[in-house]
Design a protein around this ligand. Structure first.
Ligand SMILES: [Zn+2]
Length: 235
């Protein structure tokens, strides 16, 4: 039973609260995703998978928080929050939800640059929530076996499955610089503001020309099943 909070009335809220005390907060970003995908990509994916897993586990689905920490994409398009701002925002939303009798909160993260904030959310909220309340974060790409990318085969396939009208496959191009360093080096370098265009050349990580809607549908099923299992393990 998915209860999207967008479109929910007070009446709907009270009725649904008898069936579930769980809420999912999808969090994305607003940042360049190459010339072929919308800047809203991470938010779009996070909100979509939040709704699809809520159908299986039962949950309220909050409107997506579509601002994240994306300074690594400078000087390409990004609208970014500082870590402290996103942390404060998420903490306030969680506290407010518990005042509305929600007891299980899942933050469903759709953007790599937000990871640092979510690692410390439980510490930030410690002692500020009712005893029975729990807050957990899941990064959706951890549910996939495929290697994650940025506007490459994976993300492009996901958007082709969710909102094909937003994809310009005629403009899809792989990273214009060769990615030859180690994964460890890149995961350290990409924490630096402005690093992403320097590494990739054109802001794309991976090859979006390999993307198809069928792959996207398969991965969404894998993500949704993984999320449902993980959420049941957290319960
Ligand atoms: Zn993305």
């Amino acid at each position: 039973m998915s209860v999207p909070v967008v479109g929910m009335s007070e009446h709907d809220f009270k009725a649904a609260l008898k069936k579930t005390r769980r809420a999912i907060i999808p969090v994305g970003s607003l940042e360049q995703h190459g010339s072929h995908l919308p800047v809203y990509t991470d938010s779009l994916i996070a909100e979509y998978v939040a709704r699809s897993v809520a159908d299986r586990v039962g949950a309220f689905v909050l409107p997506v928080i579509s601002y994240g920490v994306s300074f690594e994409h400078k000087p390409m398009f990004n609208v970014s929050l500082r870590n402290s701002t996103l942390s404060t925002l998420i903490c306030d939303v969680c506290i407010s939800l518990t005042e509305n009798r929600i007891r299980k909160i899942i933050i469903l993260n759709g953007h790599h640059g937000n990871i640092g904030v979510f690692q410390y959310i439980a510490q930030e909220l410690h002692g500020r929530l009712p005893e029975a309340a729990r807050v957990h974060t899941i990064h959706y790409w951890h549910m996939m076996k495929a290697e994650f990318d940025h506007a490459g085969e994976v993300e492009t396939s996901l958007v082709l499955a969710i909102a094909p009208e937003l994809v310009r496959m005629d403009r899809a191009a792989p990273n214009s610089k060769k990615l030859s360093k180690s994964k460890a080096a890149y995961s350290s370098i990409t924490n630096v503001p402005g690093s992403f265009p320097k590494i990739t050349g054109n802001g794309v990580w991976g090859d979006p020309r390999k993307a198809t809607a069928a792959k996207g549908e398969k991965w969404i099923e894998e993500i949704t099943a993984g999320l449902a299992k993980t959420i049941s393990e957290l319960a």
